[in-house]
Write a protein that binds this ligand. Structure first.
Ligand SMILES: NC(=O)c1ccc[n+]([C@@H]2O[C@H](COP(=O)([O-])OP(=O)(O)OC[C@H]3O[C@@H](n4cnc5c(N)ncnc54)[C@H](OP(=O)(O)O)[C@@H]3O)[C@@H](O)[C@H]2O)c1
Length: 287
């Protein structure tokens, strides 16, 4: 099986690397070619070159519009994509996933929508959780690829469902982290050190994988990006849109969404989303 990988960002690079290390024949392409050259993986210089001889093409891009742009380029490339399988692992809006599936199937290709849960470290260790939508037979045929990238793999059924589940998950993620930062600033302004507050929360109401993953970052204000403010803001924007569609007042998520928007206003968009702590510090006049 010849795999083509598109998108070598924080997640795409370790995921493609894991497939390569597992013995798959992988070639990568990235819009900024430098990342492909530096990846140490076999690469091609153009999207058309990737389409030429790859059977399975996996995309890990930024958002709905980047995914639509790349798939539109694939369709307009003039290369036949009949019989090829495309797997998109980006977090996108559910309707976008449905549109892309329709577009590809019309051209005789197959499509799986497979967003992932877990950040850079689980991606490096092949420990992601993956939610998949699309034809069940195709999902089962390509299960081995998913099992290299992740350990918990869920089949969600029709197109749109996996992306919906991913957005639902990220409401909890975004809300949890903003709530945690609020608690830390409340503790600190009341005279409890951040270290003590984190230690107690990690054994109290804050005990979770998210706190485990972010503990050191929050303690040291190390906002080196694993999952950026821009990405959580994007995901919560989609969640708010989805909630409008299905008429659910997602009150808490809307507030968190605005806090991450505030982080963007302070030019923290490219940093790790734990930088929302800085928004609370500013709001509370905590230096
Ligand atoms: N980071 C995490 O912890 C995490 C966890 C779970 C899920 N996710 C989701 O996974 C996806 C990737 O996240 P990430 O952190 O890897 O993002 P990232 O570091 O920002 O990487 C984005 C990738 O998309 C490419 N790209 C963006 N727009 C493009 C376009 N118009 N055409 C072609 N390529 C384009 C970028 O290429 P360039 O290099 O040229 O910019 C880069 O390779 C996102 O949907 C995110 O929500 C992320």
């Amino acid at each position: 099986m010849k795999i083509g990988w598109i998108g070598l960002g924080h997640m795409g690079l370790p995921m493609a690397t894991n497939l390569y290390k597992a013995g798959y024949d992988v070639k990568v392409w990235n819009r900024s070619l430098g990342k492909a050259i530096e990846s140490g993986l076999p690469y091609v210089e153009s999207l058309e070159d990737l389409l030429e001889d790859r059977d399975v093409i996996i995309t890990m891009l930024f958002d709905s519009s980047s995914v639509e742009e790349v798939y539109q380029k694939i369709i307009n490339s003039g290369k036949s994509i009949k019989g090829k399988v495309f797997i998109d692992m980006t977090t996108i809006y559910p309707e976008t996933a449905k549109r892309i599936a329709e577009m590809l199937i019309k051209e005789g290709a197959e499509f799986l929508e497979a967003p992932v849960i877990g950040s850079v470290i689980p991606a490096e260790k092949g420990l992601l959780t993956i939610v998949v939508s699309g034809d069940k037979e195709i999902f089962e045929r390509y299960y081995d690829i998913f099992s290299v990238l992740g350990k918990q793999i869920f089949y969600l059924g029709d197109y749109g469902m996996a992306s919906t589940m991913k957005l639902v998950n990220n409401t909890v993620l975004g809300n949890f982290l903003s709530s945690l930062c609020e608690a830390l600033v409340l503790a600190e302004k009341s005279g409890i050190s951040r270290k003590m507050a984190l230690s107690v929360l990690a054994n109290g109401a804050g005990k979770s994988m998210i706190l485990d993953a972010k503990m050191e970052k929050l303690l040291n204000e190390d906002y080196q990006t694993h999952f950026s403010v821009n990405l959580i803001h994007k995901d919560l924007s989609y969640a708010v849109d989805l909630a409008q569609e299905v008429k659910v007042p997602i009150v808490i998520t809307s507030t968190s969404h605005q806090l991450y928007n505030g982080a963007r206003a302070y030019n923290l968009g490219d940093l790790d989303f734990s930088a929302v702590l800085e928004v609370y510090k500013k709001l509370s006049n905590l230096s």
